[in-house]
Design a protein around this ligand. Structure first.
Ligand SMILES: [Fe+2]
Length: 388
């Protein structure tokens, strides 16, 4: 198999490092920076030290704080209009995956013609975008180190993936301090998003030794730290481990892509506006169960990484423990065990199946998947049926 492994994003880690954003941008030749964030981040006081740092280093900036959850194409194009009002040379994203994905979309559209949705798919962007520096405030999406941005078409409610090496941020600043005050529900949702990235990447058909090494270590780190970050909250050690694990999982899936969980969860997010991490968490055991016969050895590795005792067990039993470990983690984090409780209505089933099948992630899912399989997974996840 021929493959490439490339992580063009430089990562700087450290407590308080977001307060050095101006220094890093200055060193990269920035002079006017377009800051993309949302009102919640601003109100939480996380933006202030970053802006102070830009001022300290003599950088001019303008702020776009209208990022929305599950960002739409319209909000990217609105941000682009704002960006074009002045000659910005860098974009700084501060926030969760929605802010970073919006910033990446704006960055690409600053140098490419047309509309962001024209570039849905893989490698369709002709020119590099404006350089993006990303500062995540959640430990989950890994968007600060990935080559994709997920943008919702608000007419069709389809979440389109735009994927290109030109989308990688140039620099990611991982500052665990920013995540210490995350509400419990967000810690759970984003942490389970990161775990889903790691598990889907580890089992992806296009995984390589490089990506698997990152993914399995991320699974181990999340297994050891997510509950502590959730129950303790301001625990610097577990917050730091979660933030690093999230970025590692992002690096892994930027190479290997994901699988059926993300194919379906993007669809549920687009149609029912369910938070991405919660949709993933609720679906994950059902997709793992579906995938078990295709990759029992890898599922056994996952069970072990999540702290299960697998020594001496038959392979099938050891592999099944991975599913149970995820079910128990969801229960501990107070995440619904089925998608009916998330507001999914099976009247939309034909569209859910059709949109899920359109995702490129189905192609790299470890077990071969047809429309009828996606339908079965959605029905099982709706009914809470893990027996098949
Ligand atoms: Fe995700």
């Amino acid at each position: 198999m021929n493959y490439r492994f490339s992580i063009p994003t430089t990562v700087e880690c450290g407590t308080g490092i977001s307060g050095r954003a101006g220094e890093f941008l200055r060193a990269r030749g920035a002079s006017r920076v377009f800051v993309v964030t949302d009102a919640g981040i601003r109100n939480a006081g996380l933006l202030e030290p970053v802006l102070h740092s830009l001022e300290e280093h003599g950088l001019k900036y303008d702020i776009f704080d209208e990022t929305e959850p599950n960002p739409s194409a319209e909000s990217v194009m609105t941000g682009l209009e704002r960006l074009k009002q002045k000659p910005h040379d860098h974009i700084l994203a501060l926030g969760g995956g929605s802010s970073i994905d919006t910033a990446k979309g704006i960055g690409i559209m600053a140098t490419n013609k047309g509309h962001i949705l024209d570039y849905e798919g893989v490698n369709r962007i002709p020119h590099p975008g404006l350089p993006v520096v990303a500062i995540p405030t959640t430990a989950g999406t890994g968007s600060e180190v990935t080559a994709s941005t997920i943008i919702t078409n608000s007419q069709t409610h389809f979440k389109a993936a735009v994927i290109s090496p030109y989308i990688f941020p140039q620099l990611a600043l991982l500052d665990p301090q920013l995540t210490e005050k995350l509400p419990q529900e967000l810690t759970a949702a984003t942490g389970m998003d990161a775990l889903t990235h790691a598990i889907e990447s580890y089992t992806s058909k296009t995984a390589t030794s490089f990506s698997r090494a990152l993914a399995i270590e991320a699974i181990r780190m999340i297994g050891q730290n997510l509950k502590k970050a959730y129950f303790v909250g301001n625990d610097p050690a577990s917050r730091e481990q979660m933030l690093v694990a999230s970025a590692m999982a992002g690096m892994a899936f930027a190479q290997s892509r994901l699988g059926n969980v993300h194919a379906i969860s993007h669809t549920l997010g687009g149609v029912f506006n369910i938070p991405h991490g919660i949709a993933n968490a609720a679906l994950l055991p059902y997709v793992m169960k579906y995938n078990l016969p295709a990759c029992p050895e890898k599922m056994k590795d996952i069970a072990e990484a999540l702290g299960c005792r697998v020594d001496g067990l038959p392979l099938d039993e050891a592999a099944e423990l991975a599913v149970q470990a995820v079910v128990e983690l969801n229960r501990a984090l107070n995440i619904p065990s089925n998608i009916r409780e998330l507001g999914v209505d099976l009247k939309a089933l034909p569209k859910l199946v059709e949109d899920s099948m359109r995702s490129g992630n189905v192609l790299v899912n470890p077990r071969w998947t047809r429309s009828s399989d996606i339908e079965r997974i959605i029905r099982n996840a709706y009914e809470g049926n893990l027996s098949v």
